[in-house]
Design a protein around this ligand. Structure first.
Ligand code: ATP
Length: 348
């Protein structure tokens, strides 16, 4: 598949002081055409800087950026055929919907009739008809979001960029809009780079996720790969819940975790390791397990959440076995299968 976006060993330092730290420290990745890649990470990890370098709003200190195989490293935003949607969607408050959507086309000298036609078509593609004359203040948050999306799409960009597009919305609308963005991206085959700090949003919308930490890429993969096979404690903890314990990998590939002998699906170098366990990976009440005392329990509709005390430390467990409820103080055992258990390096 040809490349939509390619970063080759890109660094970014703000300002002119060569002793200032790098905001982005030599990252390489590809966003294939027609796919959605999320750049995910905690505040200050370099997500926005990376997105702005794709847009041409910041230039790299070193390295190369390619789009469609063409080196665009030194090109400005206007020469890149990229549209960006920001946190605040910044619609022009005094312009109605159709004028907002048509604005970019007007600026590029497209004829009036064609502007109206293309703006209407694009509004229809985001499910917004009969709102042409409304001002942004007369629209709901979700409708404003769609206008902003239409305004970006009408320019038919090769690449569409989103910077935390849903952070202004309430939880329900956020869920709706992320499904819409994903649906639209898939229907129209758009190439999208999407920045968020919200891991559940990243899991829900992405073909590929790039997890960043302190200016470097911690791991790249599909949502399933990052959740089920994190390669570091950081990624395990960032991509959902995980209990992390020190353990020992043996030469035979098995891993000793307290009284448990694990047979992980992926081997580790013998010696000290860490084991990251998803809350749904634990099996309660099997023989020869880790002794555990229930400290707290919560019923959450489709499942229970349990907090156990064990010799390894506190353990967080999610159980969908609704027929069996444990009371606080109950003594039981915990064992592990192979799913939801990852062996990661110490200090990773
Ligand atoms: P957030 O989620 O908080 O927006 P982020 O992951 O998008 O964070 P960036 O905005 O890319 O992070 O910032 C990365 C680093 O670069 C941070 O240390 C930040 O302080 C620094 N930085 C960002 N913009 C500038 C700037 N214009 N001048 C100097 N330093 C900057």
């Amino acid at each position: 598949m040809s490349n939509g976006i390619e970063f080759r060993n890109v660094t970014k330092r703000y300002g002119t002081d060569p002793s200032a730290p790098l905001a982005v420290k030599g990252i390489s990745f590809e966003v294939p055409v027609g796919t959605l890649t999320t750049i995910l990470g905690p505040s200050g990890c370099g997500k926005t800087t990376t997105l702005r370098m794709i847009a041409g709003l910041e230039s790299p200190t070193s390295g190369a950026i390619l789009m469609g195989g063409r080196d665009v490293t030194t090109l400005g935003p206007a020469e890149r055929n990229v549209s960006m949607m920001f946190q605040s969607y910044a619609l022009f408050p005094h312009m109605n919907v159709i004028e907002n959507v048509g604005y970019g086309l007007k600026m590029s000298g497209v004829k009036k009739d064609e502007i109206a036609r293309r703006a209407r078509e694009t509004l229809a593609s985001v499910g917004l008809v009969d709102f042409d004359e409304r001002l942004p203040s007369e629209l709901s948050g979700g409708q404003q979001q769609r206008v902003a999306l239409a305004r970006a799409l009408v320019l038919e960009p090769a690449v569409l960029l989103f910077d935390e597009p849903l952070s202004n919305l309430d939880a329900r609308l956020r869920r709706e809009m992320r499904e819409e963005i994903r649906g639209l991206q898939q229907r129209l085959g758009l190439t999208v780079a999407y920045v968020t700090h919200d891991q559940s949003e990243a899991l829900a919308v992405s073909d590929q996720i790039i997890v960043m930490d302190h200016g470097v890429i911690a791991q790249t993969g599909t949502p399933e790969q990052l959740y089920s096979r994190p390669e570091s404690e950081f990624v395990a903890g960032f991509m959902g819940e995980a209990s992390v314990f020190p353990a020992t990998a043996q030469a035979d590939g098995r891993v000793v975790l307290g009284p448990l002998l694990l047979a992980p699906r992926h081997s580790a170098t013998p010696g000290p390791v860490k084991v990251a366990v998803r809350p749904e990976a634990w099996v309660i009440g099997e023989p020869a397990g880790l002794p555990a005392t229930l400290r707290k329990a919560a019923y959450l509709g489709g499942y229970y959440e349990y907090g156990f005390d064990t010799a390894l430390g506190p353990v967080f467990v999610v159980s969908t076995d609704l027929a069996r409820k444990f009371g606080v103080g109950a003594e039981t055992t915990l064992t592990l299968g192979t799913h939801g258990v990852s062996v990661v390096p110490v200090g990773g």
